[in-house]
Design a protein around this ligand. Structure first.
Ligand code: 5GP
Length: 226
């Protein structure tokens, strides 16, 4: 053992010991407030990455290509899908959405934790295809609050807004399939609860094995008491 102390920051050592990042999947109905919560934890929790999705949905004012989404045509999306470029993809509210396979796999292999903000169908396919996914469902406090939030943000045309509200019940019923359910009543409280989930998952014994073993190795073996 060369180092005097073992620290959690030492991710390169973690990688040598086969440590992989944690894949966090976060879903909620449209207007559930997951975007705000995710922005908060990305800013406050160190070592957490985000996978920017691909979509055929029209870009909204204020959205940045390559930052909020990679905005592509249906043809471009299908071309990526045909060559297996998506870890998961789904039709959501009439548009195509998908997560880039290589981004997720590379981050995890490098020992970095990553957040996917995807719908309930995408969450189900990720659970089916990946080991040790941590899934979190964000619930708005009520349908009424969801409706108000969606209407107030004015990002959808009336027909698209109506479709999202119509689909909301079908989405919230999927909360049962998730490891964690988080009520987004107050943003501060919900954001700190979300950060707590990330920290608690990192501290799970099976994910700390490499670290614990190194710490234990710094201790001399006890000799029998004379
Ligand atoms: P929005 O159009 O409001 O940005 O997103 C609509 C829905 O698509 C949200 O539920 C969002 O989580 C979901 N979504 C965004 N990116 C992806 C993705 O890569 N895959 C899947 N399956 N859903 C996504």
């Amino acid at each position: 053992m060369s180092e005097a102390h073992v620290t959690v920051e030492n991710k390169s050592v973690a990688r040598e010991h086969g440590y992989r990042g944690i894949l966090f999947v976060i879903s909620s109905p449209s207007g559930g407030g997951k975007g705000t919560l995710i922005r908060r934890i990305l800013a406050s929790v160190p070592g957490l990455g985000y996978s920017v999705s691909w979509t055929t949905r029209a870009q909204r004012p204020g959205e940045r290509d390559g930052v909020d989404y990679h905005f592509v045509s249906v043809e471009e999306f299908e071309e990526i899908r045909e060559r297996g470029g998506f870890l998961e993809w789904a039709v959501v509210h009439g548009n195509l959405y998908g997560s880039a396979r290589h981004v997720v796999e590379q981050e995890l292999a490098e020992g970095r934790d990553i957040v996917l903000e995807i719908d309930v169908q995408g969450a189900a396919s990720v659970r089916a295809s990946m080991n040790s996914v941590v899934s979190i469902f964000i619930l708005p406090p009520s349908f009424e609050v969801l409706r108000e939030r969606l209407t107030a943000r004015m990002t959808e045309r009336p027909d698209a807004l109506a479709l999202r509200l119509l689909n909301a019940r079908g989405e919230v019923e999927h909360y049962r399939e998730f490891d964690y359910v988080l009520l987004n009543d107050k943003v501060e409280r919900a954001a700190s609860q979300l950060a707590s989930i990330v920290y608690a998952e990192r501290a799970r014994r099976e994910r700390q094995e490499w670290l614990a073993r190194r710490v234990v190795e710094t201790f001399p073996h006890s000799s029998p008491v004379e």
